[in-house]
Design a protein around this ligand. Structure first.
Ligand code: HPA
Length: 271
């Protein structure tokens, strides 16, 4: 475990012995799930030394630890992004900390632009795979062999069994869950229509500014990963509208209840 992670973990362990099984990362405007958790402990990121604090709209800054039914979860209400000026190491530090606290599963959510013709704003789409473009790999640098191998396999970046749970749960709950390949770009500017045409040709269905780095770090440590994107807008050039963070947040709020229900009901089956 690297020193920065160790410092965060020991500060948290001074407050609580809570051992999560599942780590949830809630993206832009998707933070309302915390009201569905039986909260055991909330810790502000400000109280954790060296912990990166989000400056993005719609992101709060605390860990919520508690239970969904009997499953202990740690929930990140707000994540940090590379475009905020944080290093890649800082961006993935929270995932490393949650893993060190005990989390074996990483459940990622985000808001993304959609490039697929059957997507509509407000849709939920399960991430089946990802493409990393222009974003530095978080494993560059000396490898911590205790944490994972130098060259980590990414054949099943998004766990097959967890994907099945998500799809089954969505169908049981009557929630339409589409699927797609997610690409992480650095942002913070949205893409041009030409970039979206390129990304679509490369097989990218969901375009965003997070998630891939966190998934790479988690898989390296042996965590099982799953993810859901909220299609907050159709990507540039597909949408007739100009893109704005207000639209991203508004559609996040509108799809919030379905997203929360899907997360809660599937987490119950992941324990
Ligand atoms: N592009 C990149 N990131 C995003 C988008 C988008 O269209 N929507 C929400 N996050």
């Amino acid at each position: 475990m690297n020193e920065d992670v160790m410092k965060c973990v020991s500060a948290i362990r001074n407050i609580t012995e809570f051992k999560p099984k599942i780590a949830l990362v809630l993206g832009s405007g998707l933070g309302n799930i915390s009201s569905k958790i039986k909260v055991a402990q909330e810790i502000s990121y400000h109280d954790i030394p060296g912990f990166p604090v989000s400056t993005a709209p719609g992101h709060k800054g605390s860990f919520i630890m508690g239970y969904i039914e009997d499953t202990p979860v740690i929930c990140m209400n707000g994540r940090v992004h590379f475009y905020e000026g944080y290093s890649i190491e800082e961006v993935v530090l929270p995932v490393r900390v949650m893993h060190a606290l005990g989390a074996e599963i990483l459940f990622l959510t985000n808001a993304a632009g959609g490039t697929k013709s059957d997507y509509r704003p407000g849709d939920l789409a399960m991430i089946t795979d990802h493409i990393s473009l222009f974003a530095r790999n978080p494993l560059i640098g000396p490898n911590d062999n205790d944490e994972g191998p130098r060259f980590s396999d990414m054949s099943h970046a998004y766990d097959t069994d967890l994907q099945k749970i998500l799809l089954d749960t969505a169908s049981e709950c009557g929630i339409e869950l589409k699927t797609g390949v997610y690409v992480q770009l650095t942002g913070p500017s949205f893409e041009t229509p030409a970039e979206i045409r390129m990304l679509k040709a490369l097989g990218c269905d969901l375009v965003g500014m997070s998630t891939v780095m966190e998934c790479i770090a988690a898989r390296h440590m042996g965590m099982r990963v799953c993810g859901i994107s909220l299609v907050s807008n159709l990507a540039a050039g597909i949408s007739q509208n100009l893109l704005s963070s207000e639209e991203v947040e508004e559609n996040g709020k509108a799809a919030g209840p379905a997203m929360s229900r899907l997360i809660i009901e599937s987490v119950k089956k992941m324990s």
